[in-house]
Write a protein that binds this ligand. Structure first.
Ligand code: MN
Ligand code: MN
Length: 306
C-alpha cells in the first residue's frame, strides 16, 4: 500500500512542500512506497513554489479509506484532517504546532513535534546526511517552506535552526533570499481571484475558548490595502462563514509582512471587546492596528480572551 503524506486542509506552502519532501525521503532513501497528497487546493504562494521549482502538484484527495497508511505533517489537529483520520494507519506525525489532542492510533507511531517555525526545518534535521542526495527542486521546496512560515525570518516563531538551515539551502541553491522571498510574498498577496468567504477560510484555525467556537483567520500580505479595500464585504461575510462552519465568531487579522503589524477587523462590539482584552488595544472604528503582531501561533492565539 502506498503511504500517503499530507498536511492540513486549506494547504499553505508548508502543507504542500513538506509532503513532497517527506514522500521523496521515504521513497528514495528509505525504499518505502509513498506519495504526497493535498487536502484541498494549495494557496497562491504554494502554487508559485510548485511552478518555480517545476514540482508536480500532488494529488488532491477528498478523504481516505479506513486503514490507509498515512504520515501527517504540519498539523496534529483532527479538525484539519479527514473525518475518519483515527481509522487510518498513522505511521508518523511530524509537526510544529501546539498539541491539541483528539488523534488516536491503533498502533505505536513516530511523533516529532518541535517548537521551530516550520515543518521543513524538522524534516531537514530528520533527513540528516541524506540531504546530500536530495534533488535541487526538493531543496527548493524546503527553502520555500521555511521562508514562508518564518515570513523571511520576521515572525517571532523563527529560531536559529530555521535560519541556519534556510541560509545553508539558499547558498547551495544559489538563491538570493530577499529577491526570492519578495516573489513568494507577491504570489501570496495576489488574492484578487478569491471571494470574501474564500479569503476568510484561506488561512484559518478553529479554536474553542471559554465555551466559544472561534475561527481565527489570518491573511499575510505585502499589500494590506488590497484586502482592507474589501473590509465592508469581508465583515458582511464573517457571520455567513461563522454560521456555515458552526462557529460563534470569525476573527480576521491582516498581517502586513513588510511593516510587521496586523490590522484586525472590528465588525461588532464582541470583537471590539476581544481586541481590547486580548491586545490592550483601544478601538474606535471598524479596524485596529496591532503593532508587531505577526504570528497567530505565538502572539494571537496565546493572548486571546473572550
Ligand atoms: Mn501550515
Ligand atoms: Mn508549518
Amino acid at each position: 500500500m502506498t503511504t500517503l503524506v499530507f498536511g492540513h486542509k486549506s494547504p499553505d506552502t508548508d502543507s504542500t512542500g513538506s509532503p513532497i519532501i517527506w514522500a521523496w525521503y521515504l521513497k528514495q532513501i528509505k525504499g518505502i512506497d509513498a506519495a504526497p497528497a493535498l487536502l484541498g487546493e494549495p494557496n497562491t504562494e504554494a502554487l508559485f513554489m510548485l511552478d518555480h521549482w517545476k514540482l508536480d502538484k500532488p494529488r488532491i484527495i477528498d478523504g481516505i479509506e479506513d486503514g490507509q497508511k498515512v504520515v501527517i505533517v504540519d498539523t496534529n489537529n483532527p479538525a484539519e484532517l479527514p473525518a475518519n483520520i483515527n481509522n487510518a494507519d498513522i505511521q508518523a506525525i511530524i509537526d510544529h504546532h501546539r498539541l491539541v489532542g483528539g488523534i488516536e492510533t491503533l498502533a505505536p507511531l513516530h511523533v516529532v513535534i518541535e517548537p521551530v517555525a516550520c515543518t521543513a526545518t524538522i524534516l531537514y534535521k530528520l533527513i540528516g546526511d541524506d540531504i546530500a542526495q536530495m534533488p535541487t527542486e526538493i531543496k527548493g521546496a524546503m527553502l520555500t517552506c521555511i521562508l514562508s512560515d518564518t515570513l523571511e525570518f520576521r515572525s517571532p516563531t523563527t529560531t536559529q535552526e530555521d535560519k541556519a538551515i534556510a541560509y545553508s539551502l539558499a547558498e547551495g541553491l544559489g538563491v538570493e533570499i530577499s529577491d526570492y522571498a519578495a516573489q513568494m510574498f507577491a504570489a501570496k498577496s495576489d488574492v484578487s481571484a478569491f471571494s470574501e468567504i474564500e479569503l476568510l477560510r484561506m488561512d484559518s484555525k478553529e479554536l474553542e475558548l471559554d465555551g466559544k467556537q472561534l475561527r481565527v483567520s489570518v491573511l499575510e500580505t505585502t499589500s494590506p490595502a488590497s484586502i482592507l479595500d474589501r473590509k465592508d464585504a469581508l465583515m458582511t461575510a464573517m457571520p455567513v462563514v461563522a454560521a456555515q462552519d458552526g462557529a460563534d465568531l470569525v476573527l480576521l487579522f491582516v498581517v502586513d509582512i513588510l511593516n510587521e503589524e496586523a490590522t484586525m477587523l472590528i465588525p461588532n462590539d464582541l470583537t471590539k471587546a476581544i481586541a481590547e482584552k486580548s491586545f490592550g488595544a483601544s478601538v474606535s472604528g471598524d479596524t485596529v492596528i496591532l503593532p508587531g503582531i505577526m504570528s497567530r501561533k505565538k502572539q494571537i492565539i496565546p493572548n486571546l480572551k473572550v
